[in-house]
Design a binder for this molecule. Structure first.
Ligand code: ATP
Ligand code: MG
Ligand code: MG
Ligand code: MG
Length: 438
């Protein structure tokens, strides 16, 4: 992408309304614009990152055997009256009336809609297990939208729903998602800690939140440092195998959010030097809630014993848009964002320090073409701007690797390679620079 032909409205000043670094940087780097309270437009740079995050989530859901569909954003209120949640959900739900006076709502979550889909088609245990997910915009009329996309009113969520014939099978589905989540967040360069959590209005008995430790997090969390540093199960995990071991390996350690925290237990189970008491950002939340929705909504299947029984369900959410904020909270310095490779809007960049200089233009065009040929999706700063401004934009938007080409270096046959993650700048020949990036 040529920056001269891109739309990158970077800001010089930090907008006063942005209280935390991720929000400030997202506005300054021209990633999002607030369109209304808690409602954001995704500008081209932000959208690129959002799509990368979405795609990692999708790949790991697919790997774990979940199947993608797409449910609507607008839902009929009748389904929620059936489950009994229409009144219980309260003011966070945006209620809408259509021209025929029918009650509708903008979905804050999709348990009712998916249960209705399930009961329309699935009648036998032979069609189970089943896990259906979508990645769709949600609306929650948050009382205090803040921190940019971290607590928006409109936000993108991945929500998966599992269906099993009984509790034993339902737990297996839960373990699959538990492991898939660890792999998902790890691919984004994040250490997400699974913590026992309160089930809240979704209901059920088994629930974990996935928390990114960060000072600006809204939840208070307590856990064992061993768990924070444990590597994820890995992308070669066999999701058809018994995953109880992977689950127990982690759940043996103390980890709880504020609502579930027990200080006495924390102190007796975790040696003092391993006690982590910190703030965290909830980026995912999984629930096993049995027949809470299938019973009132009559989603039943025939069991192997030939009896009809309500299907056992779980639901599994990832805050896709919130993750942008969470990643920036975890990966930045005073100059800007430092994107982990897998989610970077561009993996590499070419910066022309003197646009219009024949030798510089030629060298840059050549490198840009070669990087494109390797499928690296590079950005080329070919704007007619001051070198200092170009370099600070590069740092602000956090491209992992860049080749910086200027007239002085070219005369000596060298260019600069800047690594945003290590912070190292090296001089080398053009060929060596290309080798370094590809
Ligand atoms: P929170 O405690 O932050 O209000 P929640 O517990 O209400 O979140 P869930 O119902 O568990 O949220 O939804 C699944 C995921 O969706 C959350 O883990 C979070 O990552 C994301 N999410 C929830 N609310 C928002 C929001 N207002 N803006 C952005 N992401 C959100
Ligand atoms: Mg909430
Ligand atoms: Mg929560
Ligand atoms: Mg939650």
């Amino acid at each position: 992408m040529r920056l001269s032909k891109f739309f990158l409205p970077v800001l010089k000043e930090t907008p006063a309304e942005a209280k935390i670094i991720s929000h400030q940087l997202m506005l300054r780097a021209g990633m999002v614009k607030q369109t209304g309270s808690g409602i954001y437009t995704w500008l081209p740079l932000g959208l690129r990152v959002l799509k990368k995050i979405e795609n990692i989530v999708r790949e790991e859901q697919n790997r774990a055997g979940a199947i993608e569909l797409l449910m609507p954003t607008i839902q009929p209120a009748d389904l929620w009256k059936e489950s009994g949640r229409y009144d219980a959900y309260g003011k966070e739900m945006l209620r809408i009336t259509d021209r025929h006076d029918r009650e509708m709502l903008f979905g804050p979550t999709n348990e009712e809609v998916i249960t209705d889909i399930f009961r329309s088609y699935v009648k036998s245990y032979k069609q189970l297990p089943l896990n259906l997910y979508h990645i769709q915009w949600k609306f929650r009329d948050e009382i205090r939208p803040r921190f940019g996309v971290m607590r928006g009113r409109e936000f993108l969520m991945k929500d998966a729903y599992s269906f099993d014939v009984n509790e034993v099978e339902a737990r297996k589905s839960y373990y699959k998602m538990f492991c898939a989540y660890l792999n998902t967040f790890s691919r984004m360069g994040l250490k997400a800690v699974p913590m026992r959590a309160d089930t809240g209005p979704i209901g059920g008995d088994l629930s974990h939140e996935f928390i990114i430790l960060a000072e600006t997090g809204e939840s208070e969390v307590f856990c064992d440092a061993e768990l924070v540093n444990m590597p994820p199960p890995g992308l070669d995990l066999d999701f058809d195998s018994d995953l109880l071991g992977e689950f127990e390996k982690r759940t043996q350690y103390y980890a709880a959010t504020e609502e579930m925290h027990d200080q006495t237990k924390f102190e007796s189970e975790v040696p003092e030097e391993r006690r982590v008491s910190a703030r965290g950002i909830e980026v995912g939340h999984i629930f096993n809630f049995g027949t809470k929705y299938s019973e009132p909504m009559k989603a039943k299947v025939m069991t192997p014993e030939g009896k009809e029984a309500p299907v056992h369900m779980g639901s599994y959410g990832v805050g896709v848009s919130r993750l942008l904020g969470a990643i920036i909270e975890a990966c930045h310095d005073d100059k800007g964002v430092i994107w982990p490779e897998e989610v970077a809007p561009f993996k590499s960049a070419v910066v022309n320090l003197r646009q219009g200089d024949e030798a510089c233009d030629k060298a840059c065009e050549d490198v840009y073409a070669k990087l494109r040929a390797t499928g690296l999706d590079p950005m080329y700063d070919d704007r007619d701007d001051r070198p200092g401004a170009k370099l600070s934009t590069l740092e602000l938007i956090g491209i992992p690797k860049a080749i910086v080409i200027g007239p002085r270096g070219l005369k000596n046959g060298v260019v600069e390679v800047k690594d945003r993650i290590s912070g190292v700048t090296e001089e080398m020949s053009l060929d060596a620079a290309l080798n370094k990036l590809t």
